[in-house]
Structures are given as C-alpha cells and as structure tokens.
Design a protein around this ligand. Structure first.
Ligand SMILES: Nc1nc2c(c(=O)[nH]1)N=C([C@H](O)[C@H](O)COP(=O)(O)OP(=O)(O)OP(=O)(O)O)CN2
Ligand SMILES: [Zn+2]
Length: 141
C-alpha cells in the first residue's frame, strides 16, 4: 500500500476523499524504446484516487470507498492489461493506465446524484516509479 508521500491536488471542494488500493496484473509494452519491458512481466500496482465534491449522497458518502475498489480492482486484478479493450490502440504504460482509471472513475461518478469529481489518480508500477494523472481544465468541467 502507498502509505508514504501523496502529491496533493489544489481544489476548493468542501470534501476530499482518498482511496488506496492495489492489484496484480501483467503487461508488456511492445515498442522498441521499452527495452526489456517489451516482454510480458507482472507488477503489483498500487493506486491512490482522490475524489472531491461539495455534496454528499443520501448515505452521507461522497462515494462509497467500496464502489471505487470494485470498479478498478474487479476489472484489472489478475489480468493481462494488454487484453483490455482500452489498450488495443495504446499500450498499458503507467501514464495511459492512470488516464484510463481517471476516465472510468469519472464516468461512474457522472452517474451519481451528488456529482463528485475525480481530481487525481496516482499509479505506482514499481517501488521506484509512479505517475500522477490530473484532469485537464476541459475534463474537470
Ligand atoms: N514513462 C514510463 N517509462 C516506463 C514505463 C512506463 O509505463 N512509463 N514502464 C516501464 C516498464 O513497464 C517497467 O516495468 C518499469 O520500469 P522501471 O521503473 O524502470 O523498473 P525497475 O524496477 O527496473 O526500476 P529501477 O528503479 O531501475 O530498479 C519502463 N519505463
Ligand atoms: Zn512493467
């Protein structure tokens, strides 16, 4: 679990929620520049997702922590990332995985009554490498 340094994201929402999770998956990056990462290998990915909002739902949640875990963990745990539809045109690099996790999280949040926003996704691929994804202004609207 990523219990260390969390880059924070500036926002003016009343509530901020953070969910950590991890999943195991295999991937390969079929590009010459990827070197040995072009061969199939596995990681225990660790994630931190930040959600913001001004309104809570009827239960008093911004979003149920479990819903976030179910969305991402059920999709990717013990899978080959390259096999997923979202990675047929692109490679499952840490950057593109973080972007996809943002997109699927925001899509789920868009279907809720209280309309929270996904503010940041951190994906750690190895003990020494991680990516922070923050939506652009357009994606934040
Ligand atoms: N910008 C990116 N660079 C690399 C990615 C990536 O997704 N985005 N991915 C890889 C490989 O998949 C590899 O699994 C991870 O690479 P790396 O951090 O270099 O792994 P190491 O454990 O060898 O790191 P050390 O700090 O050198 O031990 C490569 N690059
Ligand atoms: Zn890798």
């Amino acid at each position: 679990m990523m219990q260390q340094f969390y880059p924070s994201v500036a926002h003016a929402f009343r509530f901020e929620l953070n969910k950590d999770m991890h999943f195991s998956a295999a991937h390969y990056i079929p590009a010459e520049q990827a070197g040995q990462c072009a061969r199939m290998h596995g990681h225990t990915y660790t994630l931190n997702i930040t959600i913001g909002g001004n309104e809570l739902n009827a239960t008093g949640f911004l979003i149920d922590f479990k819903e976030l875990k179910n969305l991402i963990h059920r999709r990717y745990d013990h899978t080959v990332l390259n096999d997923h539809a979202e990675f047929t045109e692109t490679f499952p690099t840490t950057e593109q995985l973080a972007e996809q996790i943002f997109l699927m999280t925001q899509k789920m949040l868009d279907g809720t009554d209280n309309q929270p926003r996904c503010l940041q996704v951190i994906v750690r691929e190895t003990p020494t490498s991680y990516v922070v994804y923050r939506p652009s202004k357009e994606e934040s609207l």
